[in-house]
Ligand binder design. Structure first.
Ligand code: ADP
Ligand code: ADP
Ligand code: ADP
Length: 214
């Protein structure tokens, strides 16, 4: 199965993607996690991405599309994938279509997570992630780690992403509305969009998503 997950920052894309990828036996590909891994490893790609991320802006397409395609070409993505955070504007969506067409495959669904803005702000304000792996995600009230500031999965240190601070969050929400939301209409024209509410407990949202993808 080939699925694209869309939704505002803090909607719970990463959280849901982890469960959905496991249930569907497909790799979870998060461009945000790939950028953060590159930044912590000090790669050239990480250096290029960092200033854009810190400003709450999109990393330029020249950098992003190549990275996403490389990851999709890896062996474990041959039979499908769950894309989280890519595409994030219409030109990335068009580039993805070209790449899929070249392989003679198509997307199965675009899962759109709907959350009111005040809830998104609460989720982002309390998000804490692990220094070792930004896919290890916690929340100060909604998903507390067993020991404060320590990752349950690997023992790493939990911290707040620089771009989760209030000023940057406002910019990221604006970028979502102006640049990312248009891809929902783009995919709607292809008949691919399923919208679900991402409110409620994590497992309730996962159940809703699995039902929508059937
Ligand atoms: P969130 O999960 O909160 O929406 P992400 O981890 O997906 O955030 O993204 C963090 C930042 O990484 C974005 O604000 C942007 O700067 C960059 N980024 C991630 N994916 C893309 C993409 N597809 N295109 C451009 N920039 C991206
Ligand atoms: P995204 O990848 O869309 O930016 P995350 O999956 O990182 O979102 O979730 C943002 C924050 O909200 C995290 O701290 C996460 O633990 C929390 N969260 C995720 N899903 C829920 C939920 N259903 N209810 C409450 N908090 C949630
Ligand atoms: P309580 O039973 O103490 O009221 P809940 O289990 O109902 O707590 O959860 C409170 C909030 O935490 C809800 O918004 C729920 O969506 C969120 N939540 C529960 N589990 C998780 C999780 N694993 N990650 C993120 N948020 C979660």
């Amino acid at each position: 199965m080939r699925i694209v997950l869309v939704g505002p920052p803090g909607a719970g894309k990463g959280t849901q993607a982890a469960f959905l990828a496991k249930n569907l036996s497909i790799p979870h590909i998060s461009t945000g996690d790939l950028f953060r891994a590159n930044i912590s490893q000090g790669t050239e790609l990480g250096k290029k991405a960092k200033s854009y991320m810190d400003a709450g802006q999109l990393v330029p397409d020249e950098v992003t599309i190549g990275m996403a395609k490389d990851r999709m070409e890896q062996a474990d993505a041959v039979n499908g994938f769950l894309l989280d955070g890519f595409p994030r504007n219409v030109s990335q969506a068009e580039a993805l279509d070209v790449a899929l067409k070249a392989d003679d495959v198509t997307l199965d669904a675009v899962l759109d997570l709907e959350v009111p803005e005040d809830e998104v702000v609460k989720r982002i304000a309390g998000r804490r992630i692990c220094r070792n792996d930004s896919a290890h995600v916690f929340h100060v009230t909604y998903k507390q780690p067993k020991a404060e500031g320590v990752c349950d999965t690997c023992g790493g240190e939990l911290y707040q992403r620089d771009d989760d601070k209030e000023e940057t969050v406002r910019k990221r929400l604006e970028v979502y509305h102006t640049q990312t939301e248009p891809i929902i209409d783009y995919y709607r024209e292809q008949g691919l969009v399923v919208t679900i509410s991402a409110l409620g407990k994590v497992e309730e949202v996962t159940a809703r998503a699995m039902e929508a993808l059937e």
